[in-house]
Design a protein around this ligand. Structure first.
Ligand code: SOE
Length: 392
């Protein structure tokens, strides 16, 4: 069997999640290529060496350019903050490497456009690029999309999406990189709002055409972190303070091109909500509800049933007939967050081996970036803003 030799840049939260996926994927799925975890890259030699040993990488490196230039690497997996995505992806595509890039694709529309154009050029040389919107690969989400495509809820009227977290409710939580615009691009909007934008467009098959938004930064100044902390406040003890330069929350109304109207809420201030991603669709023939806190379930209201039998029913998405599930356990046994990444690299390997484009492509991710941009412009202007087309 041929190999897909992977070089990964970054090894924190997403790096660990992607490592788990590369480690597991060939054990769960029968695939045409075998993933080889060749090298992981990070700036701090000691830490990246430890990460390589812990996460299962054959080697480590401290200079991502040396990884991109290696002849024995087929794919570059980008798990770094947004400010480095463009540079690494462009270099990797130019070197003929397939690319998997964490979301959001970039920190601006201009960067995302450049990346999508580079991916389109590389495509003619057989090089593939994919953006890592992992929640598409929750089996219940894939089933939701299937039921919508099969017409089971009819014409979609309403889309209601929230992504709620609470990890920065404490005003003394440090100013980590996710709270800096120069590194992360935006706040709750790009980090978690991007997920619900992608997810709702994916399940409905409709694209957002315009938005009316507001954003808020509740805590405008925070203690500087003493360590490169991620989602954890550990290591804080610094006396200096810095400006928060991103949104803490973003809320918007939207219209979709299939006629649906939608509401979106992304916040890091929903006290008690740790990772509450919920999407509800109301259609002319029924409704569907997905809640990540119950990720192995999908709620379905079938309005075509006799009135006496109607009501929300819960589909346990744990059967071998459900998307991705045949690879795992006997019927009735649930899966978790990490499996979404395994499914993601499974789909990527299949596409690379088949010489097909994986989804979401960089062009798809550019479209999400255009929505994020419209949200920021709408919030700044307190006005309705149309979403620019991908093909400008
Ligand atoms: C932090 O808000 C975060 O880790 C996001 O960056 C991820 O994309 C999401 O899956 C969980 O929350």
């Amino acid at each position: 069997m041929g190999q897909l030799r992977v070089g990964m840049v970054g090894y924190a939260f997403m790096g660990a999640a992607h490592s788990q996926a590369w480690r597991t994927v060939n054990h769960a799925f029968d695939l045409p290529l075998s993933a080889r975890m060749s090298v992981v890259c990070g700036r701090d030699e000691e830490k990246v060496a430890a990460a390589a040993a812990k996460l299962g990488w054959a080697a480590h490196a401290t200079d991502w350019r040396s990884v991109v230039e290696r002849d024995d690497i087929d794919l570059i997996d980008i798990c770094t903050p947004g400010d480095t995505h463009r540079e690494i992806a462009l270099a990797a595509l130019a070197a003929g490497k397939h690319v998997l890039c964490e979301k959001p694709l970039a920190n601006s529309v201009a960067e995302a456009r450049e990346m999508a154009e580079a991916a389109a050029r590389a495509r003619s040389r057989g090089v593939r690029a994919m953006c890592a919107f992992n929640y598409r690969r929750v089996p219940a989400v894939a089933l939701m999309r299937q039921l919508v495509a099969d017409g089971r809820i009819g014409t979609i009227r309403h889309v209601r999406a929230v992504y709620l977290q609470d990890w920065i409710v404490d005003p003394e939580f440090p100013l980590v990189w996710r709270l800096r615009r120069d590194v992360a691009g935006s706040g709750a909007l790009g980090d978690i709002g991007a997920h619900i934008v992608d997810l709702t467009q994916y399940v409905t098959g409709q694209s957002i055409t315009g938005v009316s938004a507001l954003t808020e930064t509740f805590v405008k100044e925070r203690p500087l972190p003493t360590a490169a902390a991620g989602l954890s406040a550990e290591g804080n003890g610094s006396t200096g303070r810095g400006q928060v330069t991103v949104d803490d929350a973003a809320l918007f109304l939207a219209r979709l091109d299939g006629g649906a109207v939608a509401t979106y809420e992304a916040t890091r201030f929903a006290t008690g909500r740790k990772n509450g991603l919920r999407v509800e669709l109301n259609g002319s023939r029924g409704s569907l509800v997905f809640d990540f806190e119950r990720m192995n379930e999908l709620e379905f209201y079938d309005a075509t049933l006799p009135a006496a039998e109607q009501g929300f029913s819960t589909i346990l998405v744990t059967e071998p007939d459900h998307p991705y599930m045949a690879a795992w356990w006997p019927a009735g046994h649930p899966i978790g967050y990490e499996h979404t990444f395994t499914h993601e690299v499974r789909d990527l390997i299949e596409a690379v081996a088949a010489g097909q484009d994986p989804t979401p492509s960089f062009a798809d991710a550019l479209q999400v970036q255009l929505v994020l941009d419209a949200v920021e412009r709408s919030a700044a202007a307190s006005a309705w803003v149309d979403v620019e087309a991908v093909l400008a």
